[in-house]
Design a protein around this ligand. Structure first.
Ligand SMILES: [Zn+2]
Length: 238
């Protein structure tokens, strides 16, 4: 998008309030915060429609789960990658919420997510929250919650290790997270529930595996499903 277009978009936002969250073009339909072009161009995985998919194949044997899906593919140099970066590293939390709502509409149509009891965003360490002021996965979870009508529990699970090294993550994956980076603070709130574990991007899968295993160790009678906003294509190729 050119500087001129950005200027126009900013002016439009000032005057009319809305631009597309993906491409930044002015929009009149505010339903999903996206322009018509981006709504059709979104690289959806459609994984939530199928009994099995490449993410589930990837997680199989590494954590217990009912179903797992992603809304879209995380392609390098795409508007979608920029969008995710804008709330993962920037301050555009409202875009995380909008994308969460979009995902909520998809999950609401899926039979595999029909009996979700509670939505749990993958937590950030409190030091990271203090520095960044918010957890983007919390806003994605809030967006999904708004559409699905299921509550979010953002404090039952916490992150006890900040910025684990890749080596540590790899070790966690191999050894099934004996040395976990997450802890369950309120197991009683998750007992017997079908939990929807929400994160922004699935890359190696190590974070979600670590978090899920911490939950089932503390709450053995729960069931877990996974909803990540985006998945990198390399995880699919293994
Ligand atoms: Zn757009």
């Amino acid at each position: 998008m050119s500087v001129y277009t950005k200027l126009l978009a900013s002016l439009h936002t000032l005057l009319y309030g809305n631009v597309c969250i993906a491409c930044g073009e002015p929009i009149s339909d505010v339903m999903h915060g996206m322009c018509t072009h981006c709504r059709y161009a979104i690289p959806e995985t459609n994984y939530w429609k199928h009994a099995s998919n490449p993410i589930m194949e990837r997680l199989e044997g590494l954590m217990p789960f009912e179903h797992a899906s992603a809304l879209l593919f995380y392609a390098v140099e795409s508007d979608w990658r920029k969008l995710i970066h804008s709330f993962k590293y920037g301050s555009s939390w409202h875009k995380a919420y909008s994308m969460g709502r979009w995902y909520g509409y998809a999950l609401k149509e899926s039979p595999y997510y029909a009996d979700i009891d509670v939505i749990v965003p993958v937590p950030l360490h409190y030091k990271k929250i203090a520095r960044r002021s918010y957890n983007q996965s919390q806003y994605i979870a809030d967006g999904i919650s708004k559409v699905m009508g299921v509550r979010v529990d953002g404090s039952a699970v916490c992150r006890v290790v900040n910025n684990p090294s890749q080596a540590r993550l790899e070790r966690d994956r191999r050894w099934n997270n004996v040395d976990s980076i997450f802890a369950v603070r309120h197991a009683e709130r998750l007992r017997g529930k079908h939990i929807l574990l929400v994160d922004d991007v699935l890359t190696t899968g190590a974070t979600i595996i670590s978090c899920a295993n911490a939950i089932v160790r503390a709450v053995p009678d729960c069931r877990i499903s996974v909803a990540v906003l985006a998945v990198t294509r390399h995880i699919i190729k293994g």
